[in-house]
Design a protein around this ligand. Structure first.
Ligand SMILES: Nc1ncnc2c1ncn2[C@@H]1O[C@H](COP(=O)(O)OP(=O)(O)OP(=O)(O)O)[C@@H](O)[C@H]1O
Ligand SMILES: [Zn+2]
Length: 673
């Protein structure tokens, strides 16, 4: 009897299952077709999916199976290790496999109407001569030798190198090795903003390697083209942001994660994965080397590299000095603002330091991590404040374009001429954002060129590049910037960095805040004095004796990290515990919390697993875009126990009868609370 062949297909649907189709009579698929994209009928439409299996039998009666459409062989099939990565991601983060697979394929390649494939432009070898590498410093030499000596197979390294120590040069040398061995390299960076400089540097060093970049700002066509070049092997180096972790690379031999501590490696919506963690897994699966680099590693990675509990998962490599001859780490000083009271946010010590830089023709950078003119507008007569009616947050005053804006939901309104409740015309702006600081500086130093760099001033990549070019060319004296400007840059004339108001983060509710603040300040301080002129970092604070600042003065990341890890261990927080967060949002908080309570008491999981539940509570930003939000944290000392629990829990969550406008999601290893 003739039995039709069955094709099992992954589709981009929020369903935890794959879909079976009947292969047309007369056509015979083989194992080598697995990994091709296929066109299939779905409902009244067509969809593009990925062929994942040719099973012997289907759970459904044959008569119910629809016929498989075209098999798209314009591209090589997706490689086996790419499947394993997607499967791990689906299992670990508890998301449907089809969604993981299809969401990582560029839109142009999963569209039903396929656009005609064009040859990749980027992958054409460039005739330019390669830039000459610098001679390695002693420390760089040691690092590279230890990596070379560990031999083939899976090895994870944590490269802890102070700012300006030449970590990038290490990456380039490793890529050079991989190229010589006929392997592809994947280089992950936290932000798109950082890619142009690095891209130029990598391309200059390896003009014939067909470097391509992958990030969310690329257009569909370019993204498809670059992804295709990676899959066909034309591109030997891929540089990208977190989504690039899913690039199919059949000859992958090296992964580098730069600024591995950066929170942007964690996706905060949709599939909430950590690209850094997936990168380590991918390297292990492929039995290759991975290097995680940072001046301020995440505590998770630091624990893996330095503590008994980390069991030597990562090998620690250190660069303790700046690479450029004569360049030193900036001198860090605390300005006690209880004694030197800031006027308009600026202490006299900081003003003097800026004046000195102006006199010498050097640049200063003032770091203030708050956009806008002022965080709130208020009426002294009646107590009105500019509140977002959709969120539990204030509307921020943006004086540059005379608007009030919510930084959480995007709501905006014209600046009122008078108080909307009492008509008082004398409204006051409270607090200080980058726009206000810019105005203060312009008034105080009328002869200086003041340049503000934040997400408002650089909303497109073009604007951003223009601003950066201005700073490089020396066409700016005082920079006012958010964290956007904190990392990765090498501005040779920049010799002074001032942190305007870092204290707030010392006492933030989120217990990860000190770790983040330390990393941020260390990064931004690292922008000063990278060339021959020595740099200085001034911190305005009311708490000069705080251990975080003391550690900064000594550039003592290891000491600070050890202290934080101690605290975490005593409190039983990550990395000494593993967590998952269930979040629910609904028009009414009672519904959101009600759902979480039902989730907390799902009968079949209660008492079955070694996990601890916290109480369902409103989120810190309890209301956003008219939805009230609650969260339920679950924790376990063992990753495996938590995973086992989540696998049992999820089907029960899906079965809870919730109000129709309630939405919920689960996040494994949450970073933000
Ligand atoms: N061996 C070397 N000899 C001379 N200069 C070097 C050497 N290695 C790197 N440099 C230079 O040192 C500077 C800092 O290097 P790089 O950008 O690689 O540091 P980094 O550790 O990545 O810094 P950050 O973490 O602050 O971004 C660059 O200008 C680079 O060209
Ligand atoms: Zn809002």
């Amino acid at each position: 009897m003739f039995l039709p062949q069955i094709a099992r297909v992954a589709l981009d649907l929020p369903l935890r299952r794959l879909f079976d189709y009947r292969v047309a009579d007369g056509e015979q698929l083989s194992a080598s077709d697995i990994g091709y994209r296929v066109r299939v009928p779905f409902g009244r439409h067509e969809k593009v999916g990925i062929l994942v299996e040719l099973p012997e039998a289907s759970d459904l009666p044959l008569a119910q199976l629809k016929p498989l459409g075209d098999v798209l062989r314009d591209l090589p099939p997706l490689p086996a290790d790419w499947f394993r990565l997607a499967e791990f991601c689906a299992d670990y983060y508890h998301v449907p496999l089809g969604q993981v697979m299809l969401s990582t394929v560029p839109a142009g390649l999963r569209a039903v109407k396929q656009v005609k494939a064009r040859k990749s432009r980027a992958a054409l070898p460039n005739a330019a001569a390669a830039a000459k590498p610098p001679e390695l410093t002693g420390e760089q030499q040691v690092v590279l030798t230890s990596i070379a000596e560990s031999g083939d197979g899976f090895h994870a390294y944590l490269l802890h190198g102070v700012t300006g120590s030449g970590k990038t040069e290490i990456y380039l040398r490793l890529i050079e090795r991989a190229l010589a061995d006929g392997q592809q390299s994947l280089l992950l960076v936290p932000e798109i903003n950082l890619t142009p400089q690095l891209e130029a540097r990598v391309a200059a060093r390896f003009p014939a390697a067909g470097l391509v970049s992958l990030h969310s700002e690329l257009g569909d066509a370019a993204r498809s083209r670059n992804w295709r070049a990676a899959l066909t092997g034309e591109a030997r180096i891929v540089l990208g942001t977190r989504l690039a972790i899913f690039t199919p690379l059949p000859e992958l031999g090296l992964i580098v994660v730069d600024e591995e501590h950066d929170a942007s490696f964690k996706q905060q919506d949709g599939i909430r994965y950590s690209a850094r963690d997936l990168a380590v897994l991918r390297a292990r699966q492929r039995a290759i080397k991975i290097v995680l680099g940072s001046a301020t590693p995440s505590l998770e990675s630091w624990a893996n590299a330095t503590t008994a509990a980390g069991r030597g998962r990562y090998r620690l490599l250190t660069l303790s000095e700046r690479a450029v001859e004569g360049a030193r780490l900036p001198a860090v000083q605390r300005i006690d603002t209880r004694l030197d009271k800031p006027q308009d946010g600026l202490s006299s010590a900081l003003l003097r330091a800026i004046e000195e830089r102006l006199a010498r023709g050097e640049q200063s950078l003032l770091f203030l991590n708050r956009r806008g003119y002022a965080p709130v507008l208020a009426c002294a007569a009646c107590g009105w404040t500019s509140h977002c009616h959709r969120c539990a947050a204030n509307l921020v005053l943006h004086l540059a374009d005379r608007r009030l804006r919510c930084h959480h939901c995007g709501f905006e309104a014209r600046l009122p001429k008078a108080c909307p409740t009492c008509g008082n015309q004398d409204l006051s702006a409270f607090g200080r954002g980058t726009q206000r600081l810019e105005a203060v500086l312009a008034a105080r130093f009328p002869e200086a060129r003041v340049l503000r760099v934040d997400r408002d001033a650089a909303s497109s990549r073009k604007q951003w590049e223009a601003l950066v070019a201005r700073i490089y060319s020396g066409d700016a004296d005082i920079l006012v910037g958010t964290q956007m400007l904190a990392k990765g840059h090498d501005f040779p004339k920049l010799t002074l960095v001032g942190a305007i108001a870092p204290d707030a983060a010392l006492f933030a509710a989120d217990w990860r805040a000190p770790e983040r603040l330390f990393a941020q300040l260390m990064q931004v301080a690292g922008r000063a004095g990278r060339a021959e002129h020595p740099g200085e970092f001034l911190i305005q604070t009311q708490f000069p004796e705080h251990p975080l600042y003391t550690a900064l003065v000594g550039h003592d990341f290891p000491g600070f990290a050890a202290e934080l890890l101690d605290e975490r261990q005593q409190a039983g927080f990550p990395p000494y515990a593993h967590q998952a967060m269930l979040r629910a949002e609904a028009p009414l908080m009672a519904d959101a919390l009600g759902f979480l309570k039902s989730a907390r008491h799902c009968p079949a999981v209660e008492g079955q697993h070694a996990v601890t539940f916290y109480d369902p509570v409103p989120m810190r930003l309890a209301r956003r875009a008219s939805f009230e939000r609650g969260q339920l944290l679950v924790e376990s000392p063992a990753r495996r126990a938590l995973q086992g629990f989540l696998a049992d829990w999820l089907p029960q969550l899906e079965a809870i009868k919730a109000p129709s406008r309630l939405r919920w999601h689960l996040e494994v290893d949450p970073l933000e609370f």
